[in-house]
Design a protein around this ligand. Sequence first.
Ligand code: ATP
Ligand code: MG
Length: 392
Amino acid sequence: MHVTHLSLADFRSYARAEVSLGPGVTVFVGPNGQGKTNLVEAVGYLASLGSHRVSSDAPLVRAGAQRAVVRAAVRQDDRQQLVELELNPGKANRARINRSSQVRPRDALGILRTVLFAPEDLSLVKGDPGERRRFLDELVTARSPRMAGVRSDYDRVLKQRNSLLKSAVMARRHGGRAVDTSTLDVWDEHLARVGAELLARRLELISALRPLADKAYERLAPGGGPVGLEYRGVPADGGDGGDRGDGDSGGDGAGGAASPAELYEGLLSSLRDSRRAEMERGVTLVGPHRDDLVLKLGDLPAKGYASHGESWSFALSLRLASYELLKSEGHEPVLVLDDVFAELDVQRRARLAELVAPGEQVLVTAAVPEDVPEVLAGARFAVADGEVVRDE
Ligand SMILES: Nc1ncnc2c1ncn2[C@@H]1O[C@H](COP(=O)(O)OP(=O)(O)OP(=O)(O)O)[C@@H](O)[C@H]1O
Ligand SMILES: [Mg+2]
């Protein structure tokens, strides 16, 4: 697929922007702070309903404006679709598909798919588990947009269960009315049911991603691997046991093979086991919201051990693997490379460029055009003073 036109209104630094795009490589060039990343961030937002830079929508709306509108015309095979999102911080966002009446933003998922590489990706390797959960869940959703609903159900159930636990803690401390444990039982079942669905998708994703990430790493940094991806969580522990200090004994390493029913039962019994601790702490201590994806380089965890360059190669491999996976499933995504070449040495630059160059559409940003390898020559836009102008 590829974007044929991008329109922004009051998005980030842009009062308005209209950019016509073609397949192949497009490079956005301009000095720092001129709005290159803002443009591709908008593309990523249309595909994932989130920004790779911030976790809330407020910074995406131009200072002083009430709302932002991002629109893209997307071509897949012979079909052209228009997807439009209106961002209303503090209120519900809205979406429109092909100018029809409004739909929920998540109904617009799947029209555009992207895989975005950015300097922020280093935190996939070095950052907190939340970064890796987000990576998994965004990819789960890109493969199957229906999962956006499951994710939001999970968040909702978790919130409700947490507030029930909190009131149990308050009741005990202040002598209020004790929380009915049968109510909690019901929430356990909800959480286990939705959680198992998410967990099953994550595990399936990791199995599919594993060989692709290893191959990508080998191509970016020959001889440096192998890389390993292990899910760590309850009940589907992929490795050496949970380390949450709550007495999890960990699993038997049979992670990926569990059936949804087994995952449900496993989650439910983990919830039961941690009930006492949860009643003390007032939060849900087990479930997909606490899990992690452990990245290994050889026998060692990448986090805390891998060098800066190795961490970079790992992060890039995860993105390349995501690209290969979506492509193999018939959803070739738009590739977005935001300022990545400046971060890499010449050799890895060249290898990465070669791997992405055949993509149906590749959008690249760079402050220094010389950082972009020759194989990525293509259309070029100059970005400066709020204008995006095609170089002829
Ligand atoms: N909500 C907003 N309203 C107005 N301006 C904003 C908003 N958010 C960001 N900006 C401005 O946008 C500019 C940053 O744009 P962007 O990140 O796209 O730069 P860039 O061209 O990618 O730069 P670099 O080469 O440094 O990565 C900053 O000057 C910032 O102040
Ligand atoms: Mg930038």
